[in-house]
Design a binder for this molecule. Structure first.
Ligand code: SME
Length: 158
């Protein structure tokens, strides 16, 4: 594994950030930074929030900005995860016709939806410059992060 810090330590950091008494924008930004900065394989990390029928990019950390600031449900890997409400782990983006290209260097991508019951609130999107960068541990880890995120987004909606 090429991570700099074990998953448990990062999770603890993310939980601390999300429970902090800061505004939502700040907490989301610190979360993507914590994920990006802790894991070598996580080249670009973003959080999209669902607004109507579109995913809107709320926070990101990576080498450069994406042109895909808004993605309709059903489009790309992000839109697929929102439509199916399931994690999509693409080991080789060049072999997946659904993939929407952001960065020429990206080789693999994982998108994990944040759910409140069956409702999609948003999602975590991680791009990697490594082929097949995400394993079952990453899937499980990002799912826990997405669940932590859901708690914050749910309370915002109340
Ligand atoms: N590749 C994504 C688009 C978002 S960028 O990766 C940041 C997709 O296929 O939906």
């Amino acid at each position: 594994m090429s991570s700099r810090r074990p998953y448990d330590a990062i999770l603890e950091r993310v939980r601390t950030i999300l429970s902090h008494d800061a505004d939502l924008e700040t907490r989301l930004q610190l979360t993507v930074e914590a994920l990006h900065d802790s894991m070598d394989r996580y080249t670009w990390v973003g959080i999209y929030l669902l607004e109507g029928t579109e995913l809107v990019l709320a926070s990101w950390k990576g080498p450069r900005e994406t042109q895909h600031q808004r993605i309709p449900i059903g489009r790309g890997i992000c839109g697929l995860a929102a439509r199916t409400r399931e994690t999509v782990n693409v080991r080789d983006v060049s072999a997946d016709s659904r993939y929407l290209m952001c960065f020429p260097s990206t080789r693999s991508e994982i998108v994990v939806p944040t759910l409140e019951s069956e409702k999609v609130l948003g999602e975590i999107d991680v791009d990697s410059d490594q082929l097949a960068a995400f394993n079952h541990e990453d899937e499980a880890f990002l799912k826990v992060v997405a669940d932590e995120l859901a708690k914050v987004l749910e309370s915002r909606n109340r």
